[in-house]
Write a protein that binds this ligand. Sequence first.
Ligand code: HEM
Length: 505
Amino acid sequence: MSKQLQEKPVQEQPAREASETFITIRLPEDARPIGLLPAEFEADYVAGAVAPFFLSGRYTGERPALPMIDFAFGKEKAIDPHMWGLLYDGWTPNGEEEGTSVFIQGYENRGAHNERKRIYMSATSPDLVKTRYRDKIVRFFDELLADVNAGKPLMKQFYAHYFDMYWDLHLGVRGDAIPAEVRQFGSSFNAVLGFGFPTTDVVHENYMRVRQTREPLKRWVDSRVQAIIDGKVPDADRTFVHYWVKNGGLGPNFRRKDIVFECFHNFLAFSQLGNTTYNIMARLEAAHGDQAIKRWLERTMANGPDEDDGCEFTPLDRFVMELFRTISPNAGSLSVLPRRRALMGAEFSTIITPHAATSMDPRHWTDPEAFDPDRYRTAPTTADNDEGRVHELGLAQGPFPQCPFAVKDGRNVELANSAFGAVYPVIEGVAAPLCDTAGYAPFGFGYRRCAGEHLVIAFVKEFLRASRKRGLSFTRLQLQSPERLPVGPGTVISDDIAFQRAART
Ligand code: HEM
């Protein structure tokens, strides 16, 4: 090798910080994608949704050893690029003017110590689930599991009642008070998420319907938010918006427009309840279900499911957590990644930190494949993972100082965090922790972990209770052509499971 080459090795540019601004390349009209898709696909749809989809890549990242994701994998604008048109008029992010969600915000933009996340979670703590929201969830299952629905494909019925529960929880509105276009928005949003591919007719049609109904929906949500602020909504303290208004104070970290935005962006989060419910029914199905899970459910329900047996989590909590770990309805945590070298389209790429593979990683459990709710008896929690624990693990310090946020809505509740960043409530001085080990991955990791986890666990517990109270079993129907239903991001199922009531004696 020549001396010159030795002295001047080729240097790669260091990775740049993710840019704050979103760049779209302005193209003259005749340089836009053209003639690739049927003429019914509008030019702005092709340029705004289809082209970014083709230009984007998605990668699978590593399985974390600790329950956190480094900032190098960013959360700011971490979304599939072809989805922006669902959220914003101009097909590109415009959070400043049109509102944003904590889901798509980097840690650095959330206010001190993840403030936006803490404000969000002031509305989803387990004390509220128990005293303010439980009735709404119970009502949902009363309607879903009514005798009249026995023997029918159940997921279609699920969506017949789902929007009432959704808007009741957010705004205290249900039934005829929900305008038709607001319902339409929700169904179309779910269809785009589930069917996924923007080249298909079903996604194109629903995508454009979302765009047509978004403005009326936003105006309606805004008027309902005003009604809550004005004290005109009975039992407003049974809505998420009440807590977002009180604890965000309509300030910069949860502006009025962000409240409106969160109210419809949450269709993304809630959509996963459908996938979860279907998968649980499949596990419990009479002929083809999972025997170990069915045995565990019997044992758990028969021996005091809600008893305090000396563990942070009750037996039923642990059972439901293990359902989530093994079903893993959310495939992975989505991030944007800094580029080192790229020509085209790489700014649209994302990376997934995988959930199922991490939950099944033998570094975290000796028997990862077994269905064993008792694993959570000894697993570390957010309350255990303090600075001391971080030192035990060999780190000099945790990346997240422990800075509780006290709610301002009259309750004695704080939103604390583990040294790995996961936020959890402390109610009347008593922690309501979460399992905080990388091996428990279904709700993600660290500062960006799911903000609805306590509510979601409660939802599934009510489903199991309601099924048991009614003596229901689940059976797979032999249907010629079951309806294909979108039930969560990238997930479409055959609606082929029904419940049956045990014969009354
Ligand atoms: C089966 C249901 C659900 C599952 C499996 C689930 C799972 C997850 C996961 C894995 C993340 C992390 C995403 C990432 O880091 O990229 C997440 C984030 C989030 N979830 Fe959920 N979720 C569910 C339902 C809900 C519900 C019902 C709500 C609201 C009440 C909610 C609110 C949120 C929010 C706000 C975030 C963003 C948190 C942040 O970035 O700080 N989720 N969820």
